[in-house]
Design a protein around this ligand. Structure first.
Ligand SMILES: [Zn+2]
Length: 1002
């Protein structure tokens, strides 16, 4: 799965959210495409185990479509309701009844797991969705299973389904079966139990079948969405959204990833709709008793997890993309936007070919579809054989309205989903704690695939660097291990976070260098071939990699990948490596400890603090940054080791080459001085990635109190000569917090002038308005332009205003500005303009139909520096009837709060309007976190802290406020401590370097 909110979470605290730095794929002329709605002409091979719905139902039970097109179900047809106590079947009391409703939580967390007594083998599912009717779905499921352990019940996941108890039937595969005594349900565990009068013995096979009614929901399970076509007609779409634990809302099943089975799906649909699923369509048959309805029969899938099953019923249309060998690839979208899918049509087969070749494992399914579902869930999902975008943004690129960088978004996201076809779909984690294997590998392969397809000359190491630095920052705070034990559905949802995705990516990247890239590839090919169509755990992967490492001699025989990698996946955080050289420089003592950002610089989690650390380094006399093989291992039992054979005292050493390994490095003062001298005299003697590392490590070490700010700021001075975006991004990401904390203080002019002194030479080269510069250069440096303008560089302001005014006169002139600096132009013109500029943008918000343009305008409107305008904007956004989109008030709040002059305005607004705000948006953790964190991120005074504590006290009965308060109070305390410890030092450094400041008033 790929999600925008997840991406942004990964970069919290960072200025640069996601620099899209590569040249775009050259677009070949749009391939010829057909607009067809007929199904693929696939030969009819019905290898279904069973007859389908309608043939095996009795007449009295069969569902008549006409009746169900009513807006509500006729009450006489309402089945016995699983979730309503006492409601049982009406035919007679001698039949099994639903007699127990359990709402108590299980005694221990393992109780949330299904018993291991039964293994599903095959699901035969028939559904008839009334998407143009009452939104019900009539379903029938037959599950073939085998008994693994003696059991007297069949426990299935069921959530919000009406199981028709009188249809529950067990069919033996030979012999007689125990009778059903009663049914029970357990709402907490989300299970439905069929109790038997005797015990089923291991080895027994049986089929369990039942009819049920499901509902179309707004988000999970069967997911309903609609759109209005060009003629103004409303069109309904049924889609599925099962990850993580929502297949159980669509059909009774063993809804755990480790319980794979084959699936055959039959879909009863209206003739003017189309159904698509994981497997190709076999045949379509008429529905004898339902005019206008037909049934599609899909081919049987290979074994897969329940959450990978996909169904789309819609009036979307498709075009054929370039096929991959004999694998047809189709792209589905609304007919109105189908012509804007040429980019994905072009890259789909290239992505498939790259991943297949890299893994040396054939794409396992007979076809691949990409489906753009109109909707606004910013997520794409890796259905096996059918990749879904729950927002057209992820597949549709309209050259008239979307900027070029949007293509890079599509490439990034779809590379991730294509990689999942192997990692996640073909081999699936046995349980959710190992989901990082699937998400980490999909993200890692996406970097490889994008690097392969993009014509830029960046290395994979350069591509991954910003992710590494963002996660190093995030993982410095209270964090959790990549592999986290989870049991409850809400815990399972939580684990899909940036640690699983991006720390997962980073340590996989590290592992590929530890073993060498070729050996690593051999190991994962072997792993996939052994575990295909099955489920695996991280230990299984470790075994295959160890084997490959030993075979190829890249891993010492006494070592295993498990002993190394468990220290990285089973404990949170990461090490700081401190290098202290001997007085003559020729040896060094290297220490490891956990790196932690906290008020006192210590971890509150004292359980773990040591890792197997791969040490790589080079030195000034024989600098070689490309040898990334491990030079020496630091064991997880060692706090220090000695490294001999270093150069003499006056030559620098640098550790963690290309920042491939997931740790930070600190040095003794003398080595820092040597490195700084090198940066100032000839920075290119140090590899680009290590220049970015020195900036990032130095500023974070200072933030953690491990390095004097004077040294860290000395490291940044060389940037005046730096033209590459990576070291600059490392600087911006870190300096943002300091710049914001100093904003309202007398030191601000000093830091502002210092940063401008670094930036201006480069700004003069790149400019802002020069459209003759190639777009990629503007894109690379758009963050620099943003900083130059936000630091009030007069030329930058002048250029932005000129462009904005030109645009005000002639709307077409917006095209003069590169999309990547457009937001800076808006923001700057509004920040330095008056009512006219503000009102113009506000009007544009209502005139544009482009959602991303609307988002950009909302962010820019918060840039006004007039407190009254800011406050008024906030009030307006939360006033009913202003006609903003539903989630827009969130955006407005962030835009006002995210800049220091606005954060107290936003905070005061929140204090006064808390009840209204939470009445509008609810009090879920996400909502409360968003408001509290954005409003208080740069709080840095004791007065701020007191206000925050009073607010938390007043709302102490709100669990979500209490949960959010821990981290916001921690951040405020951290900021206060930072001011106490570092304000004077930073001022002194600025004054010494010719950027005068005043002392902080007491
Ligand atoms: Zn994913």
């Amino acid at each position: 799965m790929w999600s925008f909110s997840r991406m942004h979470r990964a970069y919290q605290g960072a200025v640069v959210h996601w620099l899209l730095l590569r040249l775009l794929l050259a677009l070949a002329p749009a391939s010829a495409h057909r607009r067809l709605r007929v199904q693929l002409p696939i030969p009819i091979i019905n290898n279904s185990l069973e007859p389908v719905l309608g043939q095996d139902r009795t007449d009295t039970n069969s569902v008549r479509a006409e009746e169900n097109l009513q807006t509500t179900f006729p009450s006489t047809r309402t089945p016995p309701h699983l979730d309503a106590p006492g409601k049982t079947r009406t035919e007679g009391t001698s039949e099994p009844q639903l007699i127990i409703i359990t709402e108590d939580p299980p005694q221990n967390e393992l109780g949330y797991r299904l018993p291991r007594a039964l293994q599903p083998l095959h699901y035969n599912i028939t559904v008839q969705p009334f998407i143009n009717g009452n939104y019900s779905i009539h379903g029938s499921v037959q599950i073939d299973m085998v008994v693994l352990q003696a059991t007297d019940n069949i426990t299935l996941h069921v959530l919000d389904l009406d199981v028709q108890l009188n249809t529950v039937k067990l069919t033996p595969a030979g012999g007689s079966l125990p009778a059903i005594t009663h049914f029970s349900s357990d709402k907490v565990r989300q299970v439905f139990l069929i109790h038997l009068n005797e015990t089923l013995q291991p080895g027994r096979r049986l089929r369990c079948s039942m009819d049920y009614i499901a509902r179309l929901n707004e988000s999970r399970g069967f997911y309903a969405t609609k759109y209005t076509d060009n003629l103004g007609h409303e069109r309904n779409i049924l889609s599925t959204f099962f990850q993580t634990t929502f297949a159980r809302k669509a059909f009774p099943c063993f809804d755990e990833p480790g319980m794979k089975a084959t699936f055959q799906l039959h879909v009863v649909r209206e003739e003017n709709m189309t159904a698509i699923s994981n497997m190709p369509l076999l045949t379509t048959t008429p529905m004898a008793d339902q005019d206008g309805w037909v049934m599609d029969h899909f081919d049987v899938s290979p074994p897969m997890s329940t959450y990978h099953l996909i169904l789309i019923v819609s009036q979307l249309e498709y075009v054929d993309a370039t096929s991959h060998g004999n694998i047809p690839i189709r792209v589905w979208a609304r007919p109105e936007v189908l012509r804007h899918t040429t980019f994905i049509q072009e890259i789909a087969s290239k992505l498939l070919a790259f991943v297949e070749e890299y893994l040396s494992v054939r794409y396992p399914l007979p076809k691949l579809d990409f489906v753009a579902v109109p909707g606004n869930i910013k997520t794409a999902f890796e259905g096996w054989g059918i990749i879904l975008a729950y927002d057209e943004f992820f597949l549709v690129h309209d050259p008239a309205t979307d900027d070029e960088s949007h293509k890079q978004d599509i490439l990034n996201i779809q590379a991730h989903e294509v990689a999942h076809q192997w990692f996640g779909d073909l081999v699936t984690p046995d349980w959710w704690n190992d989901i990082w294997l699937s998400e980490g590998f999909a993200s890692y392969l996406h970097h490889l695939a994008v690097n392969h397809l993009s014509p830029m000359n960046n290395t994979v190491e350069e591509d991954i660097l910003e992710t590494t630095q963002a996660i190093l920052y995030e993982d410095s705070w209270e964090s959790h291990s990549i592999n986290l034990p989870v049991f409850r559905p809400e815990e399972i949802e939580y684990i899909f976070n940036s640690i699983a995705y991006y720390k997962g990516t980073c340590i996989i990247h590290m592992m590929s260098h530890i073993l060498s890239k070729d050996t690593f590839r051999m190991g994962i090919t072997d792993f996939l071939n052994t575990w295909k169509y099955k489920n695996a755990r991280q230990d299984d992967l470790w075994r295959h990699l160890t084997q490959a490492g030993h075979q190829q001699g890249t891993l010492a025989s006494g070592m295993t990948v498990k002993m190394i990698m468990d220290t990285w996946t089973l404990q949170s955080g990461y090490p700081l490596i401190t290098v202290v050289r001997s007085p003559d420089g020729t040896s060094a003592t290297v220490y490891q400890e956990r790196f932690h950002l906290s008020v006192d610089g210590n971890s509150t989690d004292g359980r773990f603090d040591k890792w197997w650390v791969p040490i790589t380094y080079t030195s000034q006399d024989t600098a070689n940054f490309s040898d990334t093989q491990v030079k020496i291992w630091m064991k997880d039992t060692e706090t220090q080791i000695r490294i001999p054979s270093l150069p003499s005292r006056d030559h620098w050493v640098i550790f963690n080459l290309q920042e491939i390994n997931f740790y930070r490095v600190n040095y003794d003062d003398h080595n820092w001085k040597l490195l700084i001298h090198q940066l100032m005299t000839d920075h290119q003697a140090i590899h680009l990635t290590n220049r970015a590392q020195l900036i990032d490590d130095a500023l974070d070490l200072a933030l953690a109190g491990k390095l004097p700010y004077k040294t860290a700021l000395d490291v940044t001075e060389y940037l005046v000569n730096e033209t590459n975006e990576l070291p600059w991004a490392a600087c911006f990401n870190n300096i943002e917090l300091i710049e914001s904390l100093l904003k309202d203080t007398p030191a601000y002019t000093g830091i502002q002038k210092y940063l401008l002194s670094l930036l201006v030479p480069l700004f003069k080269v790149i400019g802002i308005e020069n459209v003759s510069l190639t777009q990629d250069i503007q894109k690379q440096h758009s963050e620099m332009v943003k900083w130059a303008c936000s630091l009030d560089h007069p030329d930058c302001i002048h250029l932005a205003q000129t462009l904005y005014w030109q645009w005000m006169k002639n709307l077409e002139d917006i095209q003069l500005v590169s999309a990547d600096v457009l937001e800076t132009v808006y923001c700057t013109a509004i920040a330095h303009g008056g009512e006219e500029e503000w009102q113009f943008a506000w009007k544009q918000y209502f005139q544009t139909s482009d959602d991303q343009h609307k988002d950009l305008i909302l962010r820019a409107l918060g840039c006004s520096r007039d407190p009254l305008v800011k406050a008024g904007y906030l009030h307006m956004a939360f006033t009913p009837g202003v006609n903003l989109r539903q989630q827009d008030p969130f955006q407005v709040f962030s835009s006002v709060a995210s800049q220091v002059p606005g954060q107290h305005i936003a905070w005061n607004f929140l204090l006064k309007n808390w009840e209204n705000v939470t009445a509008m948006f609810g009090k879920d953790d996400d909502v409360v976190n968003h408001f509290l964190k954005t409003a208080t991120k740069y709080f840095n005074s004791r007065r701020d802290l007191t206000q925050l504590e009073v607010f938390v006290k007043t709302n102490k009965n709100e669990p979500s406020v209490v949960r959010a308060s821990e981290s916001v109070i921690h951040q405020t305390n951290f900021n206060i401590a930072w001011m106490d410890k570092n304000y004077d030092t930073v001022c002194e450094w600025l004054n010494d370097h010719g950027f005068p400041t005043s002392p902080l008033p007491s």
